[in-house]
Design a protein around this ligand. Structure first.
Ligand SMILES: Nc1ncnc2c1ncn2[C@@H]1O[C@H](COP(=O)(O)OP(=O)(O)O)[C@@H](O)[C@H]1O
Ligand SMILES: [Mg+2]
Length: 308
């Protein structure tokens, strides 16, 4: 279990992580979602004892990282900036980590096999592709067979096969009863991998919910309307307080009124509808909705599908 209480990290005036409290439970994959620059890596560095909180605290299995007797056996992490000596073969890197943590040599071969690096294990890590580097980082995280695993943007730079492989690995680790905490700035990826997500923006807590709860919330529901009298339909809906968006395909997305209310409104004014279809917004849209006011670099974010 990972527990953050009022966790805060300031760099000068700026709070990279701002009064963040959450609990990450074992047995499920918990996604850690937020736009770039929202404080995910900083939070993870504080969990791993690599950064000191300005305020609050975070514990792994009830202890601060530095108080863990054999850290690598309790919590393994794939960090964003990996500290691997480029001239050292992958195998030697893992063996060095194993020795410091009193982990037997056969475990090194085991994790190399688990991540599919057998044929590359004697190569220098500096020659590794991005994907192989990620696999080596994951092997290091798994080395101590820890009950808590943290992955910071593990699929960055991976091809579709690699992404699928990471997804299945995370799901398997959680099914084994471990605590699995994985960060991403991509809701679509998390929707396929995580059971639950913690969403942050500008270092602040926004939501912690199951993927199922997120899709069920009102913001995730809308009705697609088509009509040969779309302009009139739209103003009638606006008058009733619904939020309407004209989509590229010529349909109208309506929020705030359900299909029955829309149908009755149209009928009462003698308006013709060609389509009246309840929809579930993509998780990406819901995520955008939750974080749109919190975006760090809004210029880098697509506004497609964003509502006024
Ligand atoms: N060592 C540092 N010094 C100053 N600012 C930092 C440092 N590390 C991170 N930041 C700032 O803190 C914010 C959060 O960064 P980060 O945790 O890397 O976000 P994320 O991982 O969500 O993209 C960003 O604005 C970033 O520029
Ligand atoms: Mg990051």
């Amino acid at each position: 279990m990972i527990e953050a209480k009022h966790l805060t990290k300031r760099y000068g005036e700026k709070a990279a992580v701002d009064d963040l409290s959450f609990t990450v439970q074992p047995g499920i994959v918990t996604g850690f979602l937020g736009p770039n620059g929202s404080g995910k890596s900083t939070t993870i560095r504080m969990i791993m004892g690599l950064d000191h909180p300005t305020g609050g605290q975070v514990t792994v299995n009830g202890r601060h990282y530095h108080d863990l007797r054999w850290p690598l056996r309790e919590v393994g992490a794939l960090l964003e900036a990996k500290a691997i000596h480029p001239g050292r073969p992958a195998w030697a890197h893992l063996w060095m980590l194993a020795q410091v943590n009193d982990i037997p040599r056969r475990r090194v071969d085991e994790v190399i096999a688990m991540v599919g690096l057998e044929s590359a294990a004697r190569q220098r890590a500096g020659r590794f592709s991005l994907g192989m580097g990620q696999r080596l980082g994951i092997a290091a995280a798994l080395l101590g067979d820890p009950g808590v695993l943290i992955f910071d943007e593990p699929v960055n730079g991976l091809d579709p096969d690699g992404i699928r492989w990471v997804r299945l690995l995370l799901r398997r680790l959680a099914a084994e009863g471990r605590t699995v905490f994985v960060s991403s700035h991509l809701m679509s990826e998390m929707a396929l991998t995580a059971d639950e997500v913690i969403i942050i923006g500008r270092g602040r807590f926004l939501a912690q919910q199951s993927i199922a709860e997120i899709t069920a919330q009102p913001a995730a529901r809308f009705v697609r309307v088509r009509s040969p009298q779309l302009d009139i339909v739209r103003s009638a809906l606006d008058v009733r307080g619904a939020a309407t968006t004209l989509e590229d395909d010529g349909s109208l997305s309506v929020r705030g009124l359900d299909e029955a209310a829309i149908g009755e409104l149209a009928a009462s004014q003698g308006l013709v509808l060609h389509e009246l279809a309840p929809q579930t917004a993509s998780l990406e849209d819901v995520f955008m909705e939750l974080t749109s006011s919190e975006l760090e670099y809004s210029g880098t974010t697509s506004t497609k599908g964003k509502r006024p």
